[in-house]
Design a protein around this ligand. Structure first.
Ligand code: SF4
Ligand code: SF4
Length: 357
């Protein structure tokens, strides 16, 4: 049985937190990953608007994903997942079209030509000799070695123009911009001892950096591994759903910057309806793997304020398949602890009374 103040189940979080005067519709994000093109405009806009510090410009060796994960200095993270299969019926228009050499052929050719791509990349922008774009350098050396086009990064020739008779491989890219889920039941907020984390009138979850004492309880409580302590600062940081912008009637920076409307901002109820329609549309178009994640108020966190349309299992995107608010049993734990304390007090009183007689 779910009460308005329970630690799990469906509810409207803002009124539950005491925002009962002038109630606002709950605000959130619907991220439709089927139209994400991986441009990372969302990551950049978030950093710029919120003055999130630079978190390293390293090449992680994980395809085009050089952010890696959400963290104190990455409030949006665009995941890149390469899979050896087509998107629904998406490859049909290209069926039978010749294409360039496969990734494996290119990699073999690059290795045979003696190109050390990572070493070249590390020289980019440095004063070391050879500090010019690795793609040009590799392409030049591969052409010298055997005439093949280097396709490690987007090529300059149209598909099908660079080679004859090579079958098109069935590879698809999944791209998804991850973010704090602004959970209906936010364990980060439940465990915060200082009140630094609070529920806004829009139902979102925000950290007040001047109140955070850096204890880190929220970090281990978050079922999605979102909130994080900043190195050299010690305090916890995460997406605020641009509280300052939405409070002024604006749109969060990431949603504003997204060129494909993969990130959609609005009233959560309306976004849920829109997301359901989009799934139906994709299913009708043959993309049967389309499914929603985090939209269900009956899930383990009472539904997310930021939810997603995915094209594969959540684990593929690094998301937990069945997240549960880690403070779900807090109420019953306190109840049992209270009953045990009363029991022990009763025994102590009985012993004391027995010893005195
Ligand atoms: S528990 Fe994690 S995902 Fe949920 S609101 Fe807190 S930081 Fe965001
Ligand atoms: S979500 Fe939008 S802005 Fe972000 S990478 Fe995808 S297309 Fe670009």
């Amino acid at each position: 049985m779910v009460s308005p103040t329970s630690f799990f189940g469906p509810l409207d979080p803002a009124p539950d937190a005491g925002w009962t005067e002038q109630p606002q519709p709950r605000k959130g994000f619907f991220t439709d990953t089927s139209v994400c093109i991986g441009c990372k405009a969302c990551e950049v806009a978030c950093k710029e608007w919120n003055a999130v510090p630079e978190d390293g410009l390293d090449l992680l060796g994980m395809s085009y994903d050089n952010t890696g994960m959400l963290g104190a200095d990455s409030w949006r993270h665009v995941a890149f997942i390469e899979q050896p299969r087509p998107l629904g019926r998406g490859s049909a228009p290209f069926a039978g079209t010749p294409t360039g050499p496969s990734g494996t052929d290119v990699a073999d050719a690059v290795t045979a030509a003696g190109v050390d791509a990572l070493a070249d990349a590390s020289r980019i922008g440095s004063a070391q000799p050879g500090g010019f774009p690795v793609v040009d350098r590799a392409a030049e050396r591969v052409r010298e070695a055997g005439g093949q086009q280097f396709l490690g990064m987007p090529g300059t020739e149209l598909p099908g123009r660079s080679a004859e008779g090579v079958g098109r491989s069935d590879v698809r890219w999944l791209m998804a911009s991850d973010v704090c889920k602004h959970c209906t039941h936010a364990a980060c907020l439940d465990v915060c001892p200082t009140g630094a984390l609070f529920r806004t009138e829009f139902g979102t979850v925000v950290v007040q950096e001047d109140v955070c004492n850096g204890c880190g309880y929220c970090v281990s409580a978050c079922p999605y591994g979102v909130i994080d302590k900043r190195e050299g600062d010690g305090r916890a940081w995460k997406c605020t759903l641009c509280y300052d912008r939405i409070g002024d009637g604006g749109t969060p920076a990431c949603a504003k910057a997204c060129p494909t409307e993969s990130i959609q901002y609005g009233d959560v109820d309306e976004l849920r309806e829109r997301a359901a329609r989009r799934v139906e549309q994709l299913h009708a178009a043959g993309v049967e793997e389309a499914r929603l994640y985090g939209h269900d108020p009956h899930d383990g966190v009472g539904g997310d304020g930021a939810f997603f349309l995915l094209l594969d299992e959540p684990e593929v995107y690094g998301l937990p398949p069945d997240p549960v608010v880690t403070t779900r049993d807090l109420g019953s734990m306190w109840k049992h602890a209270g009953m045990a304390a009363v029991g022990m007090l009763g025994v102590a009183l009985a012993v004391f009374a027995g010893g005195g007689s």
